[in-house]
Design a protein around this ligand. Structure first.
Ligand SMILES: C[S@@+](CC[C@H](N)C(=O)[O-])C[C@H]1O[C@@H](n2cnc3c(N)ncnc32)[C@H](O)[C@@H]1O
Length: 259
């Protein structure tokens, strides 16, 4: 089975619990909403939209939004559809597609966004496809964690092999270089965000057992159990009560600029 097939199976399996095992941050969506302030009826596309937790936030914070929600995993799109309908939202459509085969209406979008997903994409191809969908001055927003963010997280520090096995995350220089190498896109800004976190060890173990980061799906079953036991022991040594750490992410902004 290919790595892509493995990830497809992983995201299908995790889709029913995905929203409940991940931590969702308002900060990137608040920033995106500020950037789009002034557009009367913003039209966007969110790629790798998953079960819809960031899409829901966008509908809450961006007035008169209409959104094309794209993901390669049908089970994720079903979760998203149920979430938005349960919240009375109908200004959206779902599309099953990979980022690499994305076909947006040329020049039809004010923005393209993607949260926690670019490390699953062929990034240069995703950039070309997104550019083609953007109107002149349209924005591309990429929210992701960098390899160093991953290494400094509670998982990178205490879960054996977590940082080493996660080789898919792109460095800032690679993200910047790929954007600047895409004709018609200009790198506009990057903002790092840092969140203070606190959780019980049991909550962290529940998240890992549910493979809330796809990195955990890269472990064979025995190796996962060994690493989880080592994680428990390390955390118990370092923290008397609840576990505290910082999560970090970056929000990158590019602009369609045909010069
Ligand atoms: C880590 S999840 C993030 C989901 C969502 N953006 C969020 O933050 O909750 C990554 C998502 O990307 C999707 N995905 C993986 N590879 C993809 C590809 N090549 N094209 C489009 N979507 C992809 C997966 O199905 C999954 O829903």
């Amino acid at each position: 089975m290919s790595a892509r097939d493995d990830m497809h199976r992983h995201f299908t399996e995790v889709s029913p619990v995905y929203r409940s095992v991940r931590t969702t941050d308002r900060e990137p969506v608040e920033r995106i909403a500020r950037e789009l302030d002034g557009l009367v009826r913003p039209k966007g596309a969110d790629i790798g939209c998953g079960a819809g937790r960031y899409v829901l936030l966008m509908f809450e914070m961006i007035p008169n939004l209409s959104l094309t929600c794209v993901d390669t995993t049908p089970a994720m799109l079903e979760q998203l559809d149920g979430l938005l309908r349960a919240n009375g939202i109908d200004g959206f459509e779902t599309r099953q597609s990979t980022a690499e085969c994305l076909e947006l209406e040329p020049g039809g979008y004010d923005f393209v966004s993607t949260f926690n997903a670019v490390h699953h994409f062929d990034f240069p191809e995703f950039l070309r496809r997104s550019r083609d969908g953007l109107a002149e001055d349209g924005r591309l927003f990429v929210y992701t964690r960098l390899p160093e963010h991953n290494a400094r997280s509670v998982w990178g520090r205490y879960f054996p092999g977590f940082a080493e096995r996660e080789t898919r995350l792109l460095a800032l220089g690679d993200l910047h270089g790929a954007i600047e190498d895409t004709p018609g896109l200009r790198f506009a800004a990057a903002a790092c965000v840092r969140y203070r976190r606190r959780a019980s060890l049991e909550r962290l173990i529940e998240q890992a057992r549910n493979r809330h980061y796809s990195t955990f799906a890269l472990y064979e079953s025995d190796a996962f159990e060994d690493a989880l036991a080592a994680f428990r022991a390390a955390v118990e040594r370092c923290f008397a009560d609840s576990v505290e750490w910082y999560d970090e992410n970056i929000l990158i902004q590019a602009v369609r600029d045909d010069g």
